[in-house]
Design a protein around this ligand. Structure first.
Ligand code: ATP
Ligand code: MG
Length: 238
């Protein structure tokens, strides 16, 4: 008999309504989603469809208006603020479109700052080695290419040894060749370390590298599709 293991993440009936004075903006409506450890999920959908709102709930940056979320055995929707902060700090690695590096710190220091907040970090040099950037660790962000800056941001996320890596349009500001390299790193981490990756994009070409593509339309899951044959990142094209 097949035994079903505990999913890494479970979302049940999550909605997020933003109140703007008299107006209510329903950014997410009744989302159900279960993610297993080791999955590479792409969340795909047009601008304004609720992708960032969803990833902010998953990352513990925000809470749903209604509905429930669990990470392993912990119900995040019942967690007090300090526990949610701890979850976000210890378990979740974030990567953003515009890298969000501190301009006055070197690559090494940008990674080091992140390691100071967590309990069992990787050494900054080890994290930078994972993205093949030890030879650039004394460079400031302005002395790095866009792709290198994003790799520093990945190293910063990895240095906390996250249980979950969330990437919001991580290649949105990169050219195709550089994007392939960044996506390749994420794919390798997923394959080699079974790191769970949730990547947001509105680029359909990128969806092809995922195990599963969850398509959002107007705050709802319109489709959740398994990719039988995910393509390697170096084959992505647009
Ligand atoms: N803090 C907020 N306050 C009010 N409305 C918000 C807030 N954040 C998002 N929204 C609204 O919720 C909807 C979903 O926004 P979200 O940022 O999740 O979209 P998205 O799919 O990430 O879009 P994009 O691809 O442009 O980043 C949008 O209509 C947006 O205007
Ligand atoms: Mg967004």
């Amino acid at each position: 008999m097949e035994t079903k293991t505990q999913p890494l993440l479970r979302i049940e009936g999550a909605s997020r309504i933003f109140r703007m004075g008299e107006v209510e903006v329903p950014a997410l409506s009744n989302v159900d989603l279960t993610i297993d450890r080791g999955e590479f999920i792409v969340i795909f959908g047009p601008s304004g469809s609720g992708k960032s709102t969803l990833i902010n709930l998953i990352g513990g940056i925000d809470r749903p208006t209604t509905g429930r979320l669990w990470y392993n055995h912990t119900e995040l929707t019942k967690a007090p603020d300090d526990a949610l902060t701890n979850y976000r700090r210890e378990e979740v690695g974030f990567i953003f479109q515009f890298y969000n590096l501190v301009p006055t710190l070197t690559a090494y220091e940008n990674v080091q700052v992140a390691t100071e907040l967590v309990n069992h970090p990787l050494a900054p040099t080890a994290a930078l080695d994972l993205v093949e950037l030890t030879d650039r660790m004394d460079h400031f962000p302005a002395q790095l290419s866009g792709g290198e800056q994003q790799r520093v941001a990945i190293a910063r996320a990895l240095a906390k040894k996250p249980g979950l890596l969330l990437a919001d349009e991580p290649t949105g500001a990169l050219d195709l060749k550089t994007a392939r390299r960044v996506l390749g790193i994420l794919q390798q981490l997923n394959t080699n370390q079974r790191l769970t990756v949730i990547l947001i994009t509105h680029n359909p070409a990128i969806a092809e590298i995922a195990h599963r593509v969850v398509r959002l339309v107007s705050g709802q899951i319109a489709e959740s599709k398994i990719n039988e044959h995910p393509i390697p990142a170096e084959k992505v094209s647009w």
